[in-house]
Design a protein around this ligand. Structure first.
Ligand SMILES: *Cc1c(COP(=O)(O)O)cnc(C)c1O
Length: 378
């Protein structure tokens, strides 16, 4: 079945006998047993709930995974994922990570005995050089947030297979509509479902998708024990969002390309990072491993006052954190998403006081460009 159809029909299972076309919201904490030692398949909502199960099977199907778990946020998914590891374990990760992931690693996991080796995962030699006998996993975001660096998932999967490491890919930016890391050899996929999967800036969610049975079982055990589950109503909202994922991704990408091209022509903009521009250093690898480039752009204003003025003057585009929704949002990574990343690390990867990140929504390209143009003007 084509992914566009999978987005609409999910796992195709009927969860009730009324014929409801929209999956009902099973707002129940617990489920009665038909007899001693018997179960309807549902016992308690922390473990499983019919609405959430439908969502999880849908996401597993989109990513070609064996199982998916839905979380109350992307960070809840990442926190649960890190419970796979034990004191002494090391993880090699992208040096250009979502700021919250960086904060989780260094603010929480380090205290629990994990260590991290941050490298530019676009460079396979850097990954190889960072491996130690204690390394248990490689964690990549691709494209990265906010610098839009792309890593070769299949090549990294090859290294991981050879060394017996788990490959974890944060697929938030491209979604399974454009990129399916399990097909390229990844073991676990992370999502902030808050972003494109939900798509409407109206709720938080997260996912872990497992590529194999063994890792799926380990994650399920942690999931039901820790209890970071997504509520039934929010599960329903994300299901509703996914129904339009295909058409949103296509349109947002189309508009993003137009905006990226326009930005490259502006005197007050010094650099534009969009994977869909042929001038992007990772354009070719992106074309090889993904079917699209997404709708996230970062760009550098000529100077900090220009960046700040743009943030304060945009009207249609809202100056807010988050991304992936129908409303276009602009952020200042320095003060928002990456405020907790140490300055030295920030500057090394290019997160300066001139860098802005734009999540292109579903407004018309013309209106968005007019908004940016007016905000950039004197
Ligand atoms: C937003 C985001 C997260 C965290 O997800 P939340 O839903 O905000 O908890 C993780 N990774 C990436 C790439 C993100 O953009």
């Amino acid at each position: 079945m084509d992914i566009q159809t999978k987005c609409i029909h999910g796992d195709g299972a009927a969860y009730d006998t009324t014929g409801a076309v929209s999956v009902p919201i099973y707002q129940s904490a617990t489920f009665a047993h038909p007899g001693v030692g018997r179960s309807t398949g549902f016992d308690y909502t922390r473990v499983q709930n019919p609405t959430r199960e439908h969502l999880e099977k849908t996401v597993a199907g989109l990513e070609n995974g064996v199982d998916a778990m839905a979380f109350a946020s992307g960070m809840a998914a990442i926190g649960t994922l890190l419970e796979l590891f034990s004191p002494g374990d090391r993880i090699v990760a992208s040096d250009d990570l979502y700021g919250g992931t960086h904060r989780y690693f260094y603010g929480i996991s380090v205290k629990n005995g994990l260590s991290f080796d941050l490298v530019n995962t676009s460079n396979l030699d850097e990954i190889r050089a960072a491996l130690t006998p204690e390394t248990k996993a490689v964690f990549v975001e691709t494209p990265t947030n906010p610098m839009m660096q792309v890593s070769d998932i299949a090549a990294i999967a090859g290294i991981c297979r050879e060394k017996g490491l788990l490959l974890i890919v944060d697929n938030t930016f491209l979604t399974p509509y454009f990129q399916r890391p399990i097909d390229l050899g990844a073991d676990i996929i992370v999502h902030s479902g808050t972003k494109y999967l939900g798509g409407h800036n109206d709720t938080l969610a997260g996912f872990l998708v497992a590529g194999g049975k063994e890792v799926a079982e380990r994650l399920r055990y942690i999931y039901k024990t820790v209890g970071p589950c997504l509520a039934p109503f929010d599960s329903w909202l994300i299901l509703r969002g996914i129904k339009t994922l295909a058409i949103r991704m296509e349109k947002q990408q189309e508009t993003a390309l137009l905006i990226a091209q326009w930005l490259t022509k502006q005197k007050k903009i010094k650099a534009v990072h969009y994977v869909g521009l042929p001038s992007h250093p990772h354009y070719e690898i992106s074309k090889r491993q993904a079917s699209g480039f997404g709708a996230m752009i970062s760009f550098e204003a000529a100077d900090a006052p220009t960046a700040v003025r743009l943030l304060e003057r945009v009207r249609l585009i809202r100056y807010a954190e988050s991304l992936g929704g129908v409303e276009s949002l602009i952020t200042y990574p320095l003060l928002q998403t990456h405020a907790d990343v140490p300055e030295e690390q920030r500057l090394k990867i290019g997160i300066t006081d001139r860098l802005l990140r734009l999540s292109v929504g579903l407004e018309s390209a013309g209106d968005l460009i007019s908004d940016l143009s007016a905000a950039l003007g004197e």
